[in-house]
Design a protein around this ligand. Sequence first.
Ligand SMILES: [Zn+2]
Length: 348
Amino acid sequence: MPETVRTADERGRTRSLEALPKAHVHLHVDGAYPREAVTRLAAGKGLSFPFPDRFTDVWHFFDEYGRVPALVDSLGELAMLCRALVVEQAAQGVLYLEPAIEPQLYAPRLGTLTEVMDVMLEAFADAAAPFDIEVGSLVTVNTDSDLEVAEPLARLAVTRAGAGVTGFATACFVEPAGLIRFADAAAIARSAGLPVVSHAGQTGGPESVLEALDDLGATRISHGFRAVESEPLLDRLAAEGILCDVCPVSNVRLGVVPSLAAHPAPKLVAHGVGVTLNADDPLWFDSTVTDQYAIARDIWSFDDGALADLAATAMRIPGMSAGTRARFAAALTEWRRAPQIQTEETTA
Ligand SMILES: [Zn+2]
C-alpha cells in the first residue's frame, strides 16, 4: 500500500470488512487472477514470474499486464485461472463478481472468439456453483486496439446474454478515447438489452464521461471520478442513476490520483452519485476489494453505516440476479446488526 492507514485501535471499534457482503464489478480478468495461480502456472513451464513493486509509468504497467495472456498456452490453462479467480473472490466475501473479459487477448491463438468466451463463462459458472457467489461477465473491447473486433464481439455477447454475459464494455487509458467509433457496437448490445459500461473520467475530464454517456449510451462508468470537475455532470450522474465503479489503489498506483486521501470518490458519494469500490487489476496492484473498503473506513472516515450504504450501491447493477440481490440485502442487514468488534484488520 502506498500510504499508511489508521489501524482499528486508533479508530475504535468496527465491523469486519471481510464479512461485509461485497460486489466486485470493475476488474479486468487478465489482471485479476490470483498471484499464486499465475506463479504456479509459470513454474510449471520452468518460468519465474516476478511482480514489480512499482510501475515507472502506465506503459510499463501495460507491458507487465501483457505477460499474463502470453503465459497461457491452452484453453485448459485459461479455465484454471478463471476458476481460481472465482474461488479467491468468494473467499473475500464477494457475492457478485462482474469481471471484464477480453476473449480477443486469447483468440485466435487458443481458439475462436466463441470458444475462448465459452471456456471463460463455463469456468466462472463451474467455480461459482459451490460458493455463495454469482458471476456475470462484461464482454470488453479495448478502444486502442479492438475497433475491428468490436462489432463481432458485441454480436457474440448478445448470444450469451442471460447465459453468463451481463454487459458490453469499453476499456481505455488514454482519453478522450474517441468512443463514437464504438457507437455501432454499443448499439448492438443495447438493442438486445445488454447494458453498456465504459471506462471514462480516469485520465480525461468531464468531456470523456459525456462521450461515454451520449455516444455509447453507457449506464455505468468505470472510474468516472473526474466528473467532480463539473457540477452539472455530477447532477446528471446522480439524477440518471449512473454508477461510477471506482478503483482507488489502481488510480494511485498508475499515478492518475496523487494519494488515497486526495481521491475524489467521497465527493461523488456526497453529491449523491452511486459509487462502487473495486480493485481493477488486483494481480498487479496486490490489493483486494476488501482493501478498498478499508481505505474508505480508515482514510475517508466512512463509518460502518456509510460503508454498508456503499456496498449496497452494487445492488443497483442489473446483472445481479433477484436471488443474489435478496441474499445480498439479507447479508447487509445482518452485518449492520452485528456487534462492533475490536478488529486487527488493517490494509497495511
Ligand atoms: Zn479498469
